[in-house]
Design a protein around this ligand. Sequence first.
Ligand code: ZN
Length: 140
Amino acid sequence: MDASEVKLYVDRNVEHMMRQVGVPHWAVEVTYEPEANPNWMASCNRDGRDYEHATINIDPAKVQTIKGLHEAIVHELFHIALASLDVYRDVMRRKLKSEAEDEQEHILWTHTLETAVMRLEQGIGKSVTALPEGDEDAES
Ligand SMILES: [Zn+2]
């Protein structure tokens, strides 16, 4: 999809979606760079979680539909909503003593976190909507 079309959708809807997901107080920057992982349309960096700052990257070349884009934004916003779990992980990872333990933790972390995000998507995520057409200022 054309990057300008992706950016327009994000600019128009992301704050509204952040309110719906429960993270309106976060500073979320959106970037539009290619994703190295061929399976990822978007990703989220939450390294600034202590200050409630995150970056969502969207790869416009991988966006096929507005519906897919919307779902990817919802997915990444749920990662932000669950950012306190990242703190738990950071502390636990310091206790690992080998590459094998690190690898096991990575598998467990990815499965656990992605499952939690998917459950939220399948539940409350279905009620996260875009702004009605022409209603950019409806909730400002
Ligand atoms: Zn995810």
